[in-house]
Ligand binder design. Structure first.
Ligand code: IMP
Ligand code: MG
Length: 191
């Protein structure tokens, strides 16, 4: 499967760049991996009275939707939005909280759900912030990990797939707000 796109990006000096999207991870492969991960999470948090699953907006919205439906525990869902790339393909390395959680997490079991760990700045910042609220337990899951891009020493507790240094879209993940609705993960190739 493949798709195409065109985006006005800050990184290109405001020029519209056209690109093709080549499938990297199929919808079927993602679904199978989520089943495995959910089983591990279910086991790890067995006995919890409630698991607060925190999705990092906006990139994790598809992942968290599929994940929570596979986790057979008492789950509560909340969201947090941290500042992102803007429309560029480069990390700003400066993380701000744009939308905070609605609920309290003190003394609770928490699972933070991220789409991609790239430089690691976002996840590291969010984990530090949430730790300061003294949850009973705080774990993290990332659908994708680009270990070769890491600048901050952090690793999610669970990772779906390790991928090479490619810019990817689909399954909730965007390029300049586009392509989030693709059912698969694809890599952007400029044409
Ligand atoms: P980090 O702070 O550099 O680890 O960046 C993490 C965030 O950057 C992720 O949550 C994504 O929103 C975004 N990001 C990183 N790599 C990509 C990519 O390949 N495509 C789209 N967004 C990405
Ligand atoms: Mg993100």
């Amino acid at each position: 499967m493949s798709a195409t796109g065109a985006a006005k990006s800050r990184g290109s000096g405001g020029l519209t760049r056209t690109y093709a999207i080549d499938e990297m991870i199929s919808a079927k492969t993602i679904a199978a991996r989520i089943e495995e991960l959910s089983r591990e999470i279910r086991t790890s948090f067995a006995g919890t009275d409630k698991l607060i699953v925190v999705g990092l907006l906006r990139g994790s919205f598809v992942f968290i939707a599929d994940l929570v439906r596979e986790i057979d525990l008492n789950v509560e869902v909340d969201f947090l939005e941290a500042s992102s790339y803007g429309d560029s393909m480069e990390s700003s390395r400066e993380v701000r909280i744009l939308k905070d959680l609605r609920g309290e997490i003190g003394g609770r079991d928490v699972l933070v759900v991220e789409d991609i760990v790239d430089t690691g700045f976002t996840l590291s910042h969010v984990v530090h912030l949430l730790h300061s609220r003294e949850p009973r337990r705080l774990e993290t899951i990332a659908l994708l990990d680009k270990p070769s891009r890491r600048e901050v020493d952090i690793r999610a507790t669970w990772t779906g797939f390790e991928i090479p240094d490619e810019f990817v879209v689909g399954y909730g993940i965007d390029y300049a707000q586009r392509n989030r609705n693709l059912p698969f993960i694809g890599k952007v190739r400029f044409t």
